[in-house]
Design a protein. Structure first.
Ligand code: ATP
Length: 368
């Protein structure tokens, strides 16, 4: 009998609600893995974040970074606490350092509504909300993070950086996603979101987008100014297929996308590079609800599903993809009845109720 392949998952629960949503996700991933067979996950927990910085003076040690780098994938909860800051006033954010150090240029944020939830926007024509935002995650306006130049307490400047090398990889990645979605019925459209009418950096971004678009003649390339796209996202988000944008714009628009899904607790994400990938919910550490059992773990469950999907594609292992689909199906089944409503949507389902409902749905599917 052949031994199942084992994937090592560096797990960084982090701060605030991070550990609260990571723990049930690890359990769900274990269950999905067991149900499918053919592969195993070996979770290694690493300390990182604001609380770790407060107690050790270090936000993420070099040794832990190396373990994460050597792992097959990284699963992250949330990091940062408003009360714990570096001397320049910025928050502790090892998740941003990871994106830069591991060159995770493509931040993938799927925006899809789950049936049975009282989401804020419903299409009168019945179209489902299902699009993907690809956020560049290593440069843009975030590039000057920790290096703002404040002159004489009078002027502050941050520099927005767009490089050809990263932009080319980013756009190719976005066109590839559109191609994969088209094969499953998507419209095959990528919209470059920028502010090319005002800033030269974005005109350059758009120029590179147009150049790369020529390599994907089967995909339609469109442009949208960020303000107009923001308007459309709350007016008619059904028109979108794949959006690709700069780091800061992506940061803002992905929270708008989370709102469309029902709240931050539903929004998963993957930060993907050519060699590594980090999977984490879009939300932060939510200190306002930490320790209360109110955090919605669905965003982290779905990030775990994205991790399995990515491992499956990277290694050509169908059981990983199957385990991923089982998580998506279990989440959909848990909410389908319309009675499981998380706190963030005005209901009374907390972390454990939601985790139990999703686990039960997975058990039911396995028994069927
Ligand atoms: P960051 O800048 O670190 O991404 P943020 O400032 O966007 O963080 P969050 O920590 O994401 O802030 O919280 C924004 C709001 O969403 C808060 O009111 C928080 O309680 C809520 N929230 C975030 N995550 C969840 C969750 N999993 N379940 C329920 N509510 C959440």
């Amino acid at each position: 009998m052949t031994e199942p392949v084992v994937y090592r998952i560096a797990t960084l629960p982090g701060d605030g609600i991070g550990p609260e949503v990571t723990a049930p996700t690890v359990e769900l991933l274990r269950l999905a893995t067991k149900t499918c067979g053919g592969f195993e996950l070996d979770f290694i927990t690493l300390e990182a974040g604001a609380e770790h910085y407060r107690t050790t003076g270090e936000s993420f040690s070099d040794d832990s970074l190396e373990i994460a780098r050597e792992s097959d994938a990284i699963l992250l909860g949330a990091m940062g606490l408003p009360a714990v800051r570096y001397e320049d006033g910025t928050e502790i954010a090892p998740q941003l350092e990871l994106r830069e150090k591991l060159e995770l240029y493509a931040g993938v944020r799927p925006i899809r509504t789950i049936k049975g939830l009282p989401v804020p926007l419903v299409d009168p024509r019945g179209r489902e909300l299902d699009f993907v935002l690809v956020r560049e995650s290593t440069e843009g306006l975030f590039k000057s993070r920790n290096s703002a130049a404040v002159v004489d307490d009078r002027i502050a400047r941050d520099t927005l950086e767009i490089t050809r090398a990263t932009s080319e990889r980013l756009f190719d990645f976005a066109f590839d996603i559109a191609r994969q979605r088209k094969a499953k019925g998507g419209t095959g459209t990528v919209t470059c979101v920028d502010k090319a009418n005002v800033l030269g950096s974005f005109a350059f971004f758009r120029k590179i987008f147009d150049e790369r678009a020529k390599r994907f003649p089967d995909i339609e390339a469109q442009h949208g100014y960020v303000d107009a796209v923001g308007l459309s996202m709350v007016k008619q988000p059904w028109i979108f297929d794949v959006l690709v944008t700069e780091n800061m714009f992506g940061d803002i628009l992905s929270d708008v996308g989370a709102g469309l899904m029902g709240g931050m607790g539903f929004a998963p994400s993957a930060d993907i590079g050519d060699e590594h990938a980090v999977f984490q919910p879009c939300h932060g550490s939510a200190p306002d609800i930490m320790g209360q059992g109110k955090a919605n773990p669905v965003a982290t469950f779905l990030s775990g599903a994205m991790m399995l999907e990515w491992l499956g594609s990277e290694h050509g292992v169908e059981q990983c993809r199957l385990a991923s689909r089982k998580i998506y199906n279990a989440v959909d089944a848990a909410f389908a009845g319309g009675t499981l409503i998380p706190y963030e949507l005005g209901g009374d389902a907390g972390t454990s109720e939601i985790a139990e409902a999703v686990t039960a749905a997975m058990d039911r599917a396995a028994a069927a």
